[in-house]
Design a protein around this ligand. Structure first.
Ligand code: NA7
Length: 535
């Protein structure tokens, strides 16, 4: 157990964000300590160990770019890296940059209180420790707090239950079992084909069907790897200039509605064959124009109808209630074809909602489905969930959960008025989950590190967003969201998946380059919209 209790910075979380944050601050000569609840580093990739868990952005792009040496020495084996490979990568990063001495595992931060007299944060952990830090960086992740299992009778189920977001390290053997999978988001879509290949029988309980496109995963083509290695800097730069910070999307600069039906079909077919998020780049108006979006959505629905043999099942799997892309597009390996297996059944919860979990299985309004095991793939309290679990108090003892009772407000998704020296990595109000998280995280960590260095050079005590700048930013985030199809879905981007959560569009959809330039411009103007106090 480390004996120091006072740091320049405390960082909460040892995932992609926390690891790089620690590295940057140490490089600047600051003392920093990371607190992490898990028994190891990795964050999202530590917890989400369900079968088939893998990144939905091509591996080379979904990795750090801050160290050319790291970039050059790490070789990804698959086009979309698996969770074990991503976890190995993050452990390699922790070792390569000797980060572990400043990371305390199995420790949850439970409170962070700002002291106005000293301009420092007092931080409490679940081990009874109290720490003090000038800066507190919440690297707590956007999908790190699982949704509650609120089905009546859930605790009475006789068999084992598993959660995709906290899967056991030793794995689960479903051989010979009948299994219920509740949820059809990305986690379910990745895991169902593998669970179905192992179990005797799988019943999938679907509340809302999701759009999914094929990953066409496989070993990385050596020619692609060689080309990437040779042109890495250029590809990285191109990604940073694209709206989603994903180079492979390669948005075609033409509106779908200006193309003929044949041209549209050809474009979608070509993107479907490429695989992954590139599908949404087929035309430049798919996320801003509902009619354009409908043409892409209908193409995917037709693909589902052609893959799934049973027409009734295909219709249930074909999403019709929201625009494609307005919920995160899923990227799968054999998801729809899994419903052609004899041992897989689909239950449409819009026709027969779940009434209760019973000792024997799942009971809907129509009947009981007896099962040996239940997999809950019901998602996360996204973007704000982890911050809500910590008792965060700013100026005047104000609690963040009260300030955010009507939904999160931030300036740039980085700082909150009234909460000085508290930074959020990829917080609500920043592009975050709407772009390549690896790029978003590096940009935020770099901005925060530069801000802290700027404060240090001027020997300033505290920096915080002004209410006026924050209000203007929140208004801008909403204004931009309203120019797109995103608010038309009941998605976790809006908090719509958590009963009682305020409906506020949380990520910034103005595009990564626009957002980054804005952040840089604000810093260059002496942190415009922020107020500083001397030490
Ligand atoms: P998601 O995408 O939020 O999916 C959760 C799924 O669980 C979704 O199909 C939900 O249906 C369903 N759900 C949630 N609550 C219930 C209840 N009470 N009853 C029935 N079904 C329910 O989470 P994932 O973990 O799959 O993926 C999260 C992100 O990780 C993903 O976007 C990628 O970025 C990676 P709903 O659609 O709300 O009707």
């Amino acid at each position: 157990m480390p004996s120091e209790t006072a740091f320049d910075a405390v960082i909460v979380g040892a995932g992609f964000s926390g690891l790089y944050m620690l590295h940057r601050l140490r490089q600047q000569g600051l003392t920093a300590r990371v607190y992490e609840a898990g028994t190891g580093v990795g964050g999202t990739w530590y917890w989400n160990r369900y079968p088939g868990a893998r990144v939905d952005i091509e591996s080379q792009e979904y990795s750090y770019s801050f160290s050319p040496e790291l970039d050059a020495e790490w070789v990804w084996s698959e086009r979309y890296a698996t969770q074990p490979e991503l976890l190995r990568y993050l452990n390699h990063v922790a070792d390569r940059f000797d980060l572990r001495p400043d990371i305390q595992l199995e420790t949850r931060v439970i409170a962070a209180i700002f002291d106005e007299a000293t301009n420092r944060w007092t931080i409490a952990t679940d081990r009874g420790e109290t720490l003090s830090a000038r800066y507190c960086v919440m690297a707590t992740g956007v999908l790190s707090v699982a949704n509650d299992i609120a089905f009546p009778g859930a605790e009475t189920f006789r068999g084992p239950t598993w959660r995709t977001g906290s899967w056991p390290k030793e794995g689960v053997d479903f051989t010979g079992q009948t299994v219920a999978v509740i949820g059809t988001g990305s986690s379910a879509i990745q895991s169902i084909p593998l669970i179905a290949a192992e179990a005797d029988h799988v019943t999938v309980f679907q509340r809302t069907p999701n759009f999914s496109v094929p990953a066409h995963n496989g070993p990385i083509d050596p020619r692609v790897a060689a080309d990437w290695a040779q042109n890495r800097a250029r590809y990285r730069a191109e990604a940073r200039e694209s709206g989603f910070a994903i180079g492979m999307v390669q948005q075609f600069d033409k509106p779908a509605l200006e193309a003929t039906p044949e041209e549209r079909r050809a474009a979608y077919a070509e993107r479907w064959a490429r695989g992954g998020f590139s599908f949404l780049g087929a035309f430049n108006d798919l996320i801003t124009d509902r009619a354009a979006n409908d043409t892409a959505a209908e193409f995917v629905r037709d693909r589902i109808r052609s893959i799934v043999n049973d027409p009734a099942t295909a219709e249930k799997l074909a999403p019709k209630s929201f625009p494609i892309g307005s919920k995160r597009l899923c990227v799968d390996t054999g998801y729809y074809a899994t419903f052609n297996r004899e041992n897989v059944a689909l239950v449409d919860l819009r026709e027969e909602p779940i009434e209760a979990i019973t000792p024997a299985g799942v009971r809907t309004s129509a009947r009981e489905y007896p099962v040996d095991a239940i997999v809950y793939a019901i998602g996360f309290d996204a973007m704000t969930g982890a911050l809500g679990k910590i008792d965060i108090r700013g100026r005047g003892g104000a609690a963040l959960k009260d300030r955010w009772a009507a939904g999160p407000s931030t300036y740039l998704g980085l700082m909150i008025a009234g909460f000085p020296n508290l930074f959020i990595v990829t917080g609500p109000g920043s592009p975050s989950v709407l772009c390549n998280m690896a790029v978003a995280i590096e940009q935020h960590v770099d901005w925060i590190s530069d801000c802290i260095a700027w404060m240090g050079h001027r020997q300033l005590g505290a920096i915080e967003a002004t209410e006026a700048a924050q209000d203007a930013w929140v208004a801008h985030v909403n204004e931009v969201a309203d120019t797109t199809v995103y608010p038309l879905a009941n998605s976790w981007y809006l908090g719509a998946n958590v009963p009682g959560k305020p409906r506020v569009f949380m990520p910034y959809i103005g595009g990564f380059p626009v957002y980054r330039d804005k952040c840089n411009e604000i810093a260059a103007k002496g942190y415009e919209g922020f107020a500083v106090t001397s030490s």
